[in-house]
Design a protein around this ligand. Structure first.
Ligand code: ADP
Length: 434
């Protein structure tokens, strides 16, 4: 494996230096010759690639091939303004399909099984990624896409697929819905589920497994690297980590503050290098996902494993599958002079659906006009100005983030202030990080 990785990396160095102006400039600025990187142990000599670099080169500035050689484009979900674009050659789509096919096999799937794909189709990588991988493995794909619970349930009953792919929170929704309708899991034919795109816990696993009568495993990935299928849990080894397909995606763990490489097993930021992609290869991409990597000597496979995602070093939240940065809320806040910059986001999960509340203090002058000491929802109805304020803030938030949030207006001093340390603007009650 190491020999293969080193060989692939050496080729990649010359490839990106010759084809991607961004990397050529980076190498030149750091005084690095492509030939200096002889293997993966030399990777720490290279600077990181950040999400901002993708934004700066939007949409096609990081391509290593002419645009005409790109077979497919995807985008990362949820962010404001310009999304980050990723582009695949036909060869890259082949790699994507192969790693997803491998993931499906590790999750228990076999050729001939039927897979109901409830990941969203479209710019999001989940739908098409799983679709092509399942076809490659020789499965029968039912491309339902996300949502439409009624239809999902009908197909689960009528087509009797063995495999379900979706986000863990949507699997919970389906489990709750069949229970509510009095359908027993034994009436379905499900055996396996691949759940991912957002963090989840052992409690969720138990809930989904019992509710749907199947074995659920974790699939991890990100669009910048390929999409789902960067790593996958083996169905026989639940909870022990996910195998990283390291012949294609070389993982490193670095200290979140210093960027230094950390030894096997230690928690830090996951950094990935694409060893084989040709359309938009990335070197040392900082995922911002906090995890660890380690070899499991008693595992069924020999690839390195990664633990569950313990958090994000950039504070990004994943709400109902949509990425949300608290800075997006701040951007909207700045446009409302009746509101202050004192706010807090409270995230919770109600019946498996994520809910976001925005608590924000109202400008003191406005409060004085209204002679208010506190604001309760009931009271708000008596003050049309507050109701309107809350409604238009809510609308702008939706436009800017794609998410419907509940707005709670507060009086001065109600939102905690920093006491010297880092101010916690986000209260995540979901306990999704193990
Ligand atoms: P998209 O929502 O389009 O996939 P991204 O590629 O930006 O958007 O999302 C990737 C991010 O989703 C990862 O960096 C990680 O934070 C999160 N993610 C994906 N799969 C998992 C998983 N199995 N467990 C925890 N987090 C995950």
């Amino acid at each position: 494996m190491r020999k293969l990785q080193n060989e692939r990396l050496r080729n990649l160095m010359h490839y990106v230096y010759e084809r991607v102006p961004f990397y050529r400039q980076q190498f030149d600025r750091h005084g690095i010759q492509p030939s200096q990187i002889k293997g993966v142990d030399d990777l720490p000599l290279l600077p990181f690639t950040h999400k901002q670099d993708l934004r700066n080169n939007y949409p096609f500035g990081l391509l290593a091939v002419p645009r005409q050689e790109i077979t497919r484009v995807h985008c990362s979900s949820g962010t404001t303004g310009k999304p980050t674009t990723v582009a695949y050659t036909a060869g890259d789509i082949g790699i994507f399909s192969e790693v997803v096919a491998r993931s499906l096999a590790a999750a228990g799937c076999k050729p001939g099984m039927m897979l109901q794909n409830a990941y969203g189709y479209g710019l999001f990588t989940g739908g098409l990624g799983l679709h092509f991988g399942a076809e490659k493995l020789g499965m029968t794909v039912v491309p339902v896409s996300g949502g439409m619970t009624e239809r999902q349930l009908m197909l689960l009953q009528d087509f009797r697929p063995e495999v379900l792919c979706c986000t863990p929170s949507y699997a919970q929704t389906l489990a709750e819905e069949i229970k509510r309708r009095g359908i027993g899991p034994q009436e379905l034919n499900l055996k396996f589920a691949l759940l991912g795109a957002e963090p989840w816990t052992e409690t969720i696993r138990q809930h989904v497994q019992e509710g749907l009568g199947l074995q659920a495993s974790n699939i991890y990935g990100l669009s910048e690297i390929i999409g789902p299928g960067v790593s996958q849990e083996d169905v026989e080894e639940p909870g022990s980590g996910s195998y990283v397909w390291e012949d294609h995606f070389y993982p490193e763990i670095v200290n979140r503050d210093t960027g230094e490489l950390l030894p096997e097993g230690e928690l830090g930021v996951l950094v990935l290098t694409t060893l084989t992609k040709s359309g938009m290869p990335l070197l040392r991409y900082r995922t911002n996902d906090i995890t660890n990597i380690y070899y499991d000597r008693s595992g069924r496979r020999t690839h390195i494993k990664m633990g569950p995602i313990r958090g994000r070093s950039d504070g990004m939240l994943i709400i109902r599958g949509v990425n949300l940065f608290h800075t997006q809320v701040e951007e909207v806040l700045q446009k409302f002079e009746q509101l202050t910059s004192h706010y807090q986001l409270v995230v919770s999960r109600e019946e498996s659906l994520d809910e976001v509340e925005v608590h924000v203090e109202v400008n003191e002058l406005l409060l004085r006009d209204l002679c208010l000491q506190q604001i309760t929802i009931v009271e708000m109805c008596r003050y049309p100005v507050l109701e309107e304020l809350s409604a238009s803030f809510c609308k702008r938030l939706k436009e800017n983030t794609g998410l419907t949030m509940r707005v709670h207006l507060k009086v001065t001093g109600e939102i905690p202030r920093s006491e010297g340390g880092k101010l916690n603007r986000i209260v995540d009650k979901r306990q999704v990080y193990a």
